[in-house]
Design a binder for this molecule. Structure first.
Ligand SMILES: [Zn+2]
Length: 100
């Protein structure tokens, strides 16, 4: 297993997991439920982490993650359905599931 992605925003990590899953790449999420209970601990210790199950898929997985991060640098968008603000990495509204 290899750590391929971590971010303080759990929604972004989940988004990465979904993205890889769509490509048939199996991952495991760690620290999924630790955020919010971090207190004064170093934030990095409690960031959700995405681990790659099959190391032979590392190159493909990394490319997908890089593409996702490039997209994430774009502008935020507002959902037409619930008016929630979404990061550019999200292809559907994280709140209600409405497409961008
Ligand atoms: Zn929405």
């Amino acid at each position: 297993m290899k750590l391929i992605y971590t971010h303080e925003n759990k929604l972004l990590v989940e988004n990465a997991r979904n993205l890889l899953q769509m490509e048939g790449i199996e991952t495991v999420m760690k620290n999924e439920f630790s955020s919010g209970a971090a207190g004064d601990l170093a934030p990095l210790d409690t960031w959700p982490e995405l681990w790659l199950v099959d190391d032979t898929q590392l190159a493909v997985a990394k490319t997908l993650i890089e593409n996702m991060e490039e997209q994430a640098n774009g502008p935020d968008w507002r959902c037409n359905n619930c008016q929630e603000i979404n990061g550019a990495a999200f292809e559907v509204c994280w709140s209600c599931g409405n497409p961008a």
